[in-house]
Ligand binder design. Structure first.
Ligand code: ADP
Ligand code: MG
Length: 486
């Protein structure tokens, strides 16, 4: 045994070897999927006395281990060492990332000590304070950027739904303050990737080495810090801090609603940065002009630059995201599982992620493979019931409505091109999504026979292969039908 200075602290080599022995034991005790998911990512750090510290990828991971595998690991440790060793301290890779901005008031405090006393009191109005602060040279405070390294452009999947916002974000990241996209406002629904994208700008800029004077805050954080600054009579520090960055990202500006003083402060911060040519990036759950209880003059500022939206991802993007995320996690998902999840979880990327976590968790807990049955059960727990039956009537209704064609024409004899296409698509979907026989399908379409249905099916399949528009039309209809889950 290899002792370090303290006879009870063992060095890395020893810890690594011991952990490798443990893994051999653990590998025999759990199934392969669980082993790969929950044990391979563990990094042993050190053993001190009878305690082993480890590092794992996330808090979720840590909780899971604690709940399900602690005793197993401890047994293995005891078996390998012949004495009782327990897993003690778990640190997560996220810990580094999660420490949110804490304003480094103290570093500016020293400088402030040299300022004339008195005028920087909270009794002065905000604009007045800003002018005072700007006329007094204060060395730049150090910035805790709070950019999450996990959210990059590299792992942001491109799709039609986010293409524009992503391109704008990239342009800004390459040339902060130097495009007409100032401010860049990214808006879209919950879980569609706004936060990811704004962090990606920060990461891109950090890795370019151009500047590290970058600051990410949520609008709540901005508000809390501002209130605290008022309470502690440190508004000038606050203002100086926010004005000293090259890129300011404020996430979820809809939460500024109704907070007049904070909006006022933000307005002046915005102006100061804007006039210095610094980049401002904002995210919101709706377009700026629809923000309620936000001051008009602020809203008009938000519209000075570029507003880009992120839409819910289409089926192909959802599939791409699932494939990427599962392969990053080392999970092998069959194509039908991926397609099933992507067809049912349609409106939110965060839910796609929860689904993957749920699949992993259930597969490990129940010691089973990830198959369609498990996927159905996990999806059901996220979105409620999964559609088991779509009816032909429903397909006709949805297709007719979507393609703006009177529904009864689908069953009539008309051979007008757009009606024929809609009818064929409806037949195609009926064959794909219901268990009805070709004969039954034909009967629902004005008593046509089964060969007409086969022909329709073929035509649609061929045209999807040739025509991207047709393909995405059919996919949209399909996901619409699959989404109308009762
Ligand atoms: P929002 O801020 O719009 O609510 P987030 O940025 O927090 O959404 O995204 C939710 C989750 O989905 C995050 O884990 C994010 O990494 C992931 N995500 C969103 N869009 C994409 C994308 N295009 N590619 C890969 N992951 C994405
Ligand atoms: Mg967000």
């Amino acid at each position: 045994m290899h002792d370090q200075n303290n006879e009870n602290i063992f060095d890395n080599e020893y810890t690594k070897k011991l952990w490798a022995d443990c893994l051999t034991i653990l590998q025999d005790r759990v199934n392969n999927q669980s082993y790969k998911t929950w044990f391979e990512p563990i990094i042993p750090l050190q053993i001190e006395k009878n305690k082993l510290s480890i590092k794992v990828p996330s808090q979720f991971f840590s909780d899971w281990l604690e709940e399900h595998y602690y005793s197993l690991i401890n047994e293995a440790l005891t078996q390998v060492t012949g004495r009782e060793i327990v897993v003690d301290h778990i640190i997560t890779s996220e810990e580094r990332e999660s420490s949110l901005l804490s304003i480094d008031f103290d570093s500016t405090q020293a400088n402030l000590g040299k300022l004339p006393a008195g005028p920087l009191s909270i009794k002065s109005s905000v604009p007045e304070l800003l002018t005072k602060v700007s006329t007094i040279k204060i060395s730049q405070p150090s910035i805790n950027h709070s950019i999450n390294p996990r959210y990059t452009f590299d792992n942001y999947i491109k799709g039609e739904s986010n293409q524009f916002a992503r391109a704008a974000a990239l342009a800004v990241a390459n040339n902060p303050g130097g495009t007409s996209f100032n401010p860049l406002v990214i808006y879209g629904g919950v879980g569609l990737g706004k936060t990811h994208l704004v962090h990606a700008i920060g990461n891109h800029l950090l890795s370019s080495g151009k500047t590290n004077r970058i600051l990410y805050v949520s609008s709540e954080k901005f508000t809390i810090d501002f209130v605290e600054a008022i309470q502690k009579d440190r508004v000038a520090d606050f203002s100086n801090y926010y004005r000293s960055v090259d890129l300011l990202v404020v996430d979820d500006i809809q939460f500024f609603a109704g907070k007049e003083k904070t909006q006022d402060m933000f307005f002046h911060t915005f102006n100061a940065l804007y006039h210095l040519g610094k980049q401002i990036v904002l995210s919101s759950d709706k377009p700026p002009k629809e923000l309620k209880s936000v001051n008009e003059r602020l809203i008009s500022r938000f519209q000075w630059g570029l507003t880009a939206d992120i839409q819910p991802p289409d089926l192909e993007t959802r599939i791409a995201i699932l494939q990427k995320k599962s392969s990053d996690d080392g999970i092998d998902l069959s194509h039908n599982v991926v397609e099933f999840i992507a067809s049912n979880i349609t409106s939110n990327i965060r839910e796609l992620e929860s689904c993957l976590i749920g699949l992993l968790a259930r597969a490990s807990l129940e010691n089973r493979d990830i198959d369609l049955e498990l996927a159905k059960s996990v999806v059901r727990s996220i979105i409620g019931e999964v559609r088991s039956h779509v009816t032909i009537e429903e397909i006709q209704r949805v297709v007719a409505e979507y393609m703006m064609i009177p529904e009864d024409l689908l069953r009539a004899k008309t051979r007008k091109q757009e009606v024929v296409n809609a009818r064929q698509i409806a037949m195609y979907l009926a064959k794909e999504l219901t268990n009805s026989s070709l004969k039954t399908i034909g009967l629902h379409f004005g008593g046509r026979d089964h060969s007409t249905v086969i022909h329709a099916y073929q035509c649609v399949e061929d045209s999807m292969g040739l025509d991207q528009k047709q393909k995405s039309l059919v996919q949209q209809l399909r996901s619409k039908l699959e989404r109308n889950i009762s």
